[in-house]
Write a protein that binds this ligand. Structure first.
Ligand SMILES: Cc1cc2nc3c(=O)[nH]c(=O)nc-3n(C[C@H](O)[C@H](O)[C@H](O)COP(=O)(O)O)c2cc1C
Length: 185
């Protein structure tokens, strides 16, 4: 039986390198892992007053997708040494009680940025958030695509062979990790 994975991409930019990473992931994933993006661009800014009136429909939809997913793929750019605000906003909304939907789910993280550290700092902030959410994030491989502008061709294809290998390995590990966690049940 194939596994369902929901992907969140933390950049809304049309030419986003991080969305191109998702494209590469769709190409490189194992056959038994289905990856579907949930677009987080329409989620309103978090406001506790709004939540008290009930989750907005886009947030309810996201929570439902996460609840039904076997695994998560979080793809983040690096903004000021952290994850992007749009990704954090989506996570904050989805994480509110009752029935916090991230709880006990396997997850993988990757990201691309222009710097030589390729979202390393952002990913470690995101990992910290995942601790609170009780997500089980894969440790390795770390997929931190540095100098992203040099890694894609004019058609948006990821051309860097090392990066492609790391993404294949990450997604194969995510599928195996998800099955291992399921075997406990
Ligand atoms: C507000 C802002 C802050 C940024 N801060 C960082 C940073 O701390 N480290 C970094 O490597 N790149 C930083 N960048 C550059 C982004 O990594 C780069 O724009 C990247 O392409 C964004 O991802 P995207 O292509 O998916 O939109 C920043 C960009 C913006 C807009």
């Amino acid at each position: 039986m194939s596994l369902k994975c929901i992907a969140l991409v933390g950049s809304l930019r049309k030419g986003s390198y991080n969305r191109l990473l998702l494209r590469a992931a769709l190409e490189l994933k194992p056959a038994d892992l289905e990856i579907e993006e949930f677009h987080i661009g329409q989620i309103p800014l978090y406001n506790e007053d709004l939540r008290e009136m009930g989750f907005p429909p886009q947030v309810e939809a996201l929570r439902e997708k996460i609840r039904k997913a076997d695994a998560l793929l979080l793809i983040t750019p690096e903004y000021n040494y952290s994850m992007s605000g749009v990704l954090k906003n989506a996570i904050d909304w989805a994480s509110r009680p009752p029935d916090q939907p991230f709880n006990d789910k396997p997850a993988a993280i990757m990201g691309a940025s222009g710097s030589i550290l390729g979202t390393g700092r952002a990913q470690y902030h995101l990992r910290q958030t995942c601790v609170y959410l009780n997500l089980h994030v894969l440790n390795k491989p770390e997929v931190m695509i540095a100098r992203a502008g040099d890694k894609f061709d004019v058609n948006g294809r990821l051309t860097d062979e090392t990066a492609r290998k790391l993404i294949s390995e990450l997604l194969a590990n995510l599928a195996a990790w998800t099955r291992r966690l399921r075997a406990r049940e």
